[in-house]
Design a binder for this molecule. Structure first.
Ligand code: ADP
Length: 494
């Protein structure tokens, strides 16, 4: 808006009409005092100021305007009868624009000047807006940085208070922060603790995680700085989103005592099962002798007891074998002797031995799927052990039902062997755990004997054959346990 200040209403009228005809918005004041009041109240893009006015002349008005910070940049065009010396009014009026138009006013000249000042005003205004927006942005960023800093400080305080060794690193694996405990294992805040020569390298494992974006969890032995040897630690590193970038937080948790206890338990299991095996083998041999002797006498009533003792000895034997297997798996010593063999023969052997040991059962065993002539590559004895385990479980957990099915199906590049029973089944939320070591489904563990290690051994055997093992089941609906084996025979296999 443009303010016209003139004591002569005729002048105001003609100027107002002229400006309005060019689409400018116009306000008017008839004296210097009125002008000052309006200028303080409203914002004007330009003031057209008559110099000769009674009471307060144009120069005085201009001097006052220059004194107010709000208005000192508003451009002014003086309308004067004569070209008066203007030096004294420019004093203190350093910004904005100043110009003169002499009366009688030439409308073209005036409009030219008005337009120039108006454009100048608009550009200044736009610049001001940009500056304001920039200032706000700078302020916002400063604030965000402060908030981030305080979050990082908070995170570091948290990490410092942890009982574990803790650190942060960026997406390239460069270590950022380490807490005080770090220096128990490393003498530099930039390098990871030294690991045992037989263990995987932390940096190599971490690199894989950083690339895939997946958290890292590994057990590793790290060297203590006090020269007292290595200590087992559980290293966990997981990503946190910070400032739009993935940064990582890691901890080393001391699991040394737990690891040692586990090792002692494994050693005990291994020794105990070895020691138990020796007398058991003698008992088995003597029982066989006794069985042969007593079965010669058809009327001997004790003969049937010998058979039962042999059954129990068989169960004891397989329990001890399982315990031995567990300790072998834990020590990485479970031997797998792979050869090419007939899968049909292996399946039939497993079925024969299970039917023999369950001759009291009323369950019918059915076969589905033709695999005659199919050769696979693996450890026949260990794979038979898996199938016998599935079948033993089926007879145990589906006792009293009518049938169990062994299904063999050949797919594109794998063969699948399933044991399907119609027994108590397994609740769906427990399915993922049945292959864990010592796991037994709580709801049924009191009703059935067992150690919860058979399926764990099976999964380890199948894993070392690059196969898959799984179960499909739900409570009360029976269970289907299956394993698959790859069908590609090695070119150099015998
Ligand atoms: P165990 O039978 O000696 O307890 P396993 O490792 O063979 O140990 O089986 C683990 C658990 O899985 C069992 O305790 C049982 O709860 C469940 N399970 C295994 N097979 C079956 C099945 N066929 N039906 C229902 N539950 C089963």
């Amino acid at each position: 808006m443009i303010l016209i200040v003139d004591d002569n209403p005729d002048n105001i009228y003609s100027l107002q009409k002229l400006l309005e005809s060019k689409n400018f918005k116009v306000d008017t004041a008839h004296s210097g005092e009125e002008a000052l009041k309006k200028i303080l109240k409203y914002n004007y893009a330009l003031i057209i100021l008559d110099v000769q006015m009674p009471d307060m002349d144009g120069f005085e008005v201009a001097e006052n305007i220059a004194g107010f910070s709000k208005t000192k940049e508003t451009p002014i065009i003086f309308l004067s009868a004569v070209n008066t010396d203007k030096r004294f009014i420019t004093k203190g009026y350093d910004s904005g624009g100043l110009d003169y138009v002499t009366k009688p006013v030439d409308p073209d000249i005036l409009m030219l000047k008005v337009k120039t000042f108006y454009r100048l005003y608009e550009q200044t205004q736009a610049l001001k807006d940009i500056q304001q927006a920039l200032e706000m942005e700078v302020e916002r960023r400063k604030q965000a940085q402060l908030e981030l800093r305080s979050k990082v400080d908070y995170l570091h305080t948290l990490l410092e208070s942890l009982p574990q060794i803790a650190f942060t690193c960026d997406h390239l694996g460069n270590i950022g922060f380490v807490n005080g405990r770090w220096f128990q294992f490393s003498d530099s805040e930039n390098t990871f603790p030294q690991t045992h020569p037989d263990d995987r390298l932390i940096m190599a494992e971490l690199q894989e995680s950083l690339e895939s974006g997946k958290p890292l969890e590994m057990e590793v032995r790290v060297k203590k700085r006090d020269e007292s040897g290595y200590s087992y630690q559980l290293l966990r590193v997981w990503p946190i989103l910070e400032n739009g970038e993935n940064n990582w937080v890691g901890t080393f948790t001391d699991i040394d005592a737990q690891k040692k206890a586990e090792q002692e338990k494994d050693e005990f299991l291994s020794i105990a099962s070895h020691e138990l095996k020796t007398p058991l083998t003698s008992i088995k041999a003597y029982m066989q002798l006794l069985d042969r002797k007593l079965s010669l006498d058809k009327n001997c009533p004790e003969a049937k007891y010998v058979g039962r003792v042999q059954d129990q000895v068989g169960k004891l034997n397989s329990l001890i074998t399982d315990l031995l297997d567990i300790s072998k798996i834990d020590n990485g010593k479970l031997r797998i002797n792979k050869k090419v063999f007939s899968l049909e023969r292996m399946v039939q052997n497993a079925i024969d031995s299970i039917v023999q040991t369950h001759d009291q059962s009323n369950m019918e065993l059915y076969r589905q799927g033709d695999i005659s002539g199919l050769m696979v590559y693996g450890d026949e004895i260990r794979l038979e052990q898996v199938l016998v385990n599935f079948l033993t479980n089926a007879y145990k957990y589906a006792a009293g039902t009518e049938k169990v099915i062994v299904d063999c199906s050949v797919m594109t590049d794998v063969v699948k062997v399933s044991v399907i029973d119609f027994g108590i089944g397994i609740p769906e939320n427990k399915l993922s755990e049945v292959f864990d070591k010592f796991y037994r489904v709580e709801e049924t563990s009191f009703d059935f004997q067992g150690l919860g290690i058979g399926l764990y051994i099976c999964s380890e055997i199948i894993r070392s054959h690059q196969g898959t093992i799984a179960v499909e089941s739900s409570a009360g609906k029976g269970a289907t346990f299956y394993f698959t084996l790859p069908l590609n025979l090695p070119t150099d296999a015998e």
